[in-house]
Design a protein around this ligand. Structure first.
Ligand code: F3S
Length: 398
């Protein structure tokens, strides 16, 4: 891979340990994937923030880099393993909180913005169309590539950090136009009536597209919450972190529908629900906000919870970024939800918090959330916002 003089100096250690290590990672990746050069990135989003996933080895790695590593571009963080300000309310242990705070201290020292969200595009890390970026979290990567039209591979935690310290990433994969060409035409004939249908659609397309780039037709409208839900699901269940929806996402006008064609009908959505869902009766956990809730979703939750009370046997979380919650505070949505017995899980989410063994079953609007909850040994129920709120109030699925 071609390196400029400045890059060679970084590789030789001119800027210190963290930048040298970062260059080693980026050059190794570039050589493996046949990149010709490094390309400047406008921003970085780093995943691998929860102590639950990092453990002591990860913390040690971060502390090593934090000694002299400082980011060169706007860099934000994925969710951590707990609400950084109010972790006790979520049932997190002192021991875990202490370790998680050490992880956050290391990131803070590097100059990273402690935003802890998978929807960074809602709170200040918003790339422009065509911009090269280095993001990690799969739903955010898919949203950036597909809905915004920025260009990023799905970075691992270390390669994203390396890009932040160098300000560049190897130019291969989805950074190159020739690799952003759709190769499967997906004609959606299914009716999409509620938010969770977009998660089921993501499941159905992801399973059939398996590492292909879908070019989707048949969808006439989609709002931001529907698109972010779809992004999380389609990449979790199989496709590349890029899709086009004709007439809705940018770049779709540049491509024609590929020859290989599949149809997604109502029965495919029904099958998706059947695969994602278990046989759930008692619901002891309800989580909304995967990807992290927008203020519009929070407003809808507050409306549904007005003058209601969540079952004492059910834990109800609204996962979101702290900044989005601050917007919700201003309209009293927070007060309404908390008065009903709901809890805000800022900075964290149902997949990266240490939840194994705490709950038997979860109801959620997120197909991706169901996928990860099964890893936490929970039975899963995917449903609309109305259905999930009702389950939280009754303590059971009906
Ligand atoms: Fe975001 Fe966590 Fe879901 S990172 S997409 S809320 S699993």
């Amino acid at each position: 891979m071609y390196l400029t003089n400045e890059e060679k100096l970084m590789l030789d250690g001119e800027e210190g340990y963290a930048t040298k290590k970062s260059m080693e990672i980026l050059v190794a990746l570039g050589n493996i994937f046949g990149a010709e050069k490094l390309v400047r990135v406008g921003s970085v989003q780093v995943a691998g923030v929860s102590y639950h996933n990092l453990g002591d080895a990860g913390l040690e790695f971060l502390n090593g880099l934090a000694k002299d590593g400082r980011v060169k571009v706007l860099t934000t963080l994925n969710p951590a393993g707990m609400d950084l300000e109010d972790w006790k309310k979520l049932g997190i242990s002192e021991e875990f909180a202490e370790k998680q705070n050490l992880v956050i201290d290391a990131f803070r020292k590097m100059g990273i913005i402690i935003s802890c969200t998978c929807t960074p595009y809602l709170i200040g890390n918003l790339p422009r169309y065509g911009e090269h970026i280095a993001w990690s979290e799969s739903s955010a990567v898919t949203f950036a590539n597909s809905v915004i039209g920025a260009k990023t591979n799905r970075e691992g935690g270390p390669s994203a950090l390396a890009a932040a310290f160098v300000g560049k990433t190897p130019c291969y994969g989805l950074h190159l136009e020739e690799n952003r060409v759709p190769d499967m035409h997906v004609n959606v004939r299914a009716k999409l009536k509620k938010l969770s249908d977009w998660g089921a659609l993501g499941y159905a397309i992801g399973k059939k597209a398996q590492n292909k780039i879908p070019y989707i037709t048949g969808i006439e409208a989609a709002d931001l919450d529907e698109l972010k839900t779809f992004c999380a699901s389609v990449v979790t269940y199989g496709s590349k972190p890029l899709f086009y929806i004709r007439g809705i996402t940018p770049g779709s006008e540049k491509h024609n529908p590929p020859e290989e064609r599949i149809v997604i009908a109502d029965k495919d959505l029904k099958e998706a629900y059947e695969s994602i869902n278990d046989n759930v009766d008692i619901v002891d956990f309800v989580c909304i906000g995967c990807p992290h809730s927008s203020v519009k979703e929070i407003a809808e939750i507050a409306k549904l919870l007005e003058n209601k009370r969540i079952s004492p046997n059910t834990e109800f979380w609204v996962a979101t970024s702290r900044l989005t919650k601050q917007l919700a505070d201003k309209r009293s949505y927070t007060a309404t939800i908390e008065k009903a017995g709901g809890k805000f899980a800022c900075d964290t989410c149902m997949a990266v918090a240490p939840l194994k063994g705490r709950f038997r079953s979860v109801a959620t609007t997120s197909a991706k959330g169901c996928y990860y909850s099964r890893h936490n040994n929970m039975k899963t129920q995917l449903g609309s916002l109305e259905e999930c709120v009702e389950a939280a109030v009754k303590g059971k699925w009906s």
